[in-house]
Design a binder for this molecule. Structure first.
Ligand SMILES: Cc1cc2nc3c(=O)[nH]c(=O)nc-3n(C[C@H](O)[C@H](O)[C@H](O)COP(=O)(O)OP(=O)(O)OC[C@H]3O[C@@H](n4cnc5c(N)ncnc54)[C@H](O)[C@@H]3O)c2cc1C
Length: 507
């Protein structure tokens, strides 16, 4: 079978990307090696995932946020958090998040320091179960005509004149393009010769679900010890960081070895009476040096991996998919040259590198030893200040990301604010068609005859707006990034070149 795009992996990133491509008119096949989307590792408590502001904005901009909110965990109207939920999420004093286990309080975060954000019903952060998120995305993908084949692994890939020939555990398939969204151990990445560069692991992370003879032996929450870190969420959910250089990764644990590990890392005489679930991960931090090789692209964990500390990987991957989807669709449809894809690497690689360093910085604070503990005490003091909490929130929630590219206006390269038009519609709603948008907010700005040409490609909305932060007109890419802007009373210089650069629109 021949498809415009074949995606390896029906994780959150592959599914989100498939929706982007299908909405833009591409034929899409998703191949997933697992036979079922159901897994205890994707359900609570192990499957808890924190979503940040750019991810929630992306979901809103595609009309998926309400369905995801409906699955949200830890909502006051849903009663107390489920047993084993991360201890810091269940605190009575609302926390904004944590850095290497060092919490910061929500009330210390000064959101007034983000002048580019308008009040919006879209939250800055939210916790969901991975399985529920994937279910929402898969339902949308199927409704858009994406074919998802489960129980079918990508085994080998090779380029040919028409695209990529893909050998699978089922029938061979062909795609004009192939995107590896097949996770940290990506077959697509390995098969296509990408370089995955970075730093080796310092510790093995173990997530365990157990029954304890006496849970009071362990202290709830995160404790740093002589061998690493023990995070206990009663009654029996444990996350352990064992600074063994990653030696314990993927070594199956039985009850006896799990108990020895727990005693060693926690330093307590805890007794495990039953071991229900165990999985491992490490803090290895690696990133593909390129995100594209010919007709093959990488997104999500396939492009970058790091420890789950601080909950960034899924958010990073959804950002990749939002950035890549419309560009790849434009290339597939013949509306843009392949070179548009260069901007995917240019815009997303630095963001990935920044997240890898964020993860490494946390590992440095977690290392056993007096130096790290002393440094952690300093960071804890800073996290308890308004400046410190605001800085951590900016990074964790993704609310103040650097511009993706330069332009003549300070808004260019940044996520567009959630402007509300006079008729009540929000920017997030205007973007749901997955198309670019030219929005004239101030009648003093003359956009002239270019409008006719633009409106053949995507919507042009002329409207007064409330809270437009002084914007006169703004050209927005389908991913919600500002391509061009001018102030109220300004002029439209630079608009035509931006239209050509991002949308191939020429007069
Ligand atoms: C304990 C833990 C907590 C985390 N918490 C957070 C958090 O709070 N916030 C956050 O943003 N991130 C978090 N993460 C990271 C996040 O889960 C990942 O970054 C995210 O799942 C990556 O999505 P993905 O679609 O790129 O890859 P994956 O979720 O790994 O999906 C890849 C898919 O590809 C399939 N696959 C693999 N090989 C093949 C093949 N050869 N052929 C076909 N299919 C294949 C796999 O079966 C899988 O379904 C956490 C991770 C862990 C382990």
């Amino acid at each position: 079978m021949q498809y415009d795009v074949v995606i390896a992996g029906a994780g959150p990133v592959g599914l989100f990307l498939s929706c982007e491509l299908a909405q833009a008119g591409c034929s899409v096949l998703v191949l997933e090696q697992a036979g079922s989307p159901d897994s205890p590792l994707k359900r609570l408590p192990f499957g808890l995932r924190g979503l940040n502001a750019p991810t929630l904005e992306a979901l809103d901009r595609r009309g998926l946020l309400d369905a995801v909110v409906a699955t949200q965990v830890l909502r006051p109207d849903k009663g107390p958090p489920p047993p084993g939920t991360a201890h810091w999420l269940a605190q009575s004093r609302p926390l904004g998040g944590h850095f290497a286990g060092i919490p910061f309080a929500l009330e210390d975060v000064d959101s007034g320091r983000w002048p580019r954000r308008l009040p919006t019903p879209v939250p800055d952060q939210m916790a969901v179960a991975l399985q529920s998120l994937e279910a929402v995305l898969a339902e949308r993908a199927i409704a858009l005509g994406v074919r998802i084949v489960r129980g079918c692994a990508v085994l080998a890939v090779s380029p040919d004149e028409a695209g990529m020939a893909i050998e699978t555990s089922g029938a061979p398939v062909h795609g004009r393009w192939l995107v590896g969204c097949d996770g940290a151990r990506s077959t697509v990445r390995k098969q296509s010769g990408f370089v995955f560069a970075g730093s080796p692991p310092e510790f093995t992370g173990h997530t365990l679900q157990v029954e304890l003879a006496d849970p009071t032996v362990l202290t709830p929450g995160r404790q740093f010890t002589e061998h690493g870190m023990c995070n206990f969420n009663p009654p029996g959910t444990l996350a352990l960081a064992d600074f063994d250089g990653g030696a314990g990764h993927r070594t199956p644990l039985d009850l006896r070895t799990a108990q020895a590990l727990l005693r060693r890392v926690s330093g307590r005489e805890a007794t495990i009476t039953a071991l229900h679930l165990a999985t491992t991960w490490t803090d290895a931090a690696r990133q593909a040096t390129a995100y594209r090789s010919g007709r093959v692209l990488l997104a999500g964990d396939a492009a970058h991996m790091h420890s789950p500390l601080g909950g960034q990987g899924l958010n990073l991957g959804i950002g990749d998919a939002m950035n890549l989807g419309w560009k790849l669709a434009a290339v597939v449809r013949g509306q843009a040259a392949d070179s548009l894809l260069d901007s995917y690497q240019a815009e997303r690689h630095p963001i990935g590198a920044r997240v890898l360093d964020w993860s490494r910085a946390q590992v440095a604070l977690m290392r056993p030893g007096p130096g790290s503990r002393a440094l952690a005490a300093v960071v804890a003091d800073l996290a308890a200040t308004r400046d410190g909490a605001t800085y951590l929130a900016e990074r964790l929630w993704g609310v103040a990301q650097p511009a993706l590219f330069d332009g003549d206006h300070p808004w260019v390269g940044r996520s567009v604010p959630d402007v509300r038009l006079a008729d009540g519609r929000r920017m997030g709603e205007l973007l749901r068609a997955g198309k670019g948008l030219l929005l004239g907010l101030d009648s003093g700005v003359s956009l002239g005859p270019i409008i006719d040409h633009v409106s053949r490609s995507f919507p042009c909305v002329m409207s007064a707006a409330r809270g437009a932060l002084g914007l006169g007109a703004v050209l927005v890419r389908p991913d919600g990034i500002v391509a061009w802007a001018c102030d109220a009373g300004g002029d439209a210089s630079g608009l035509e070149s931006s239209l050509e650069r991002w949308f191939g629109v020429r007069r």
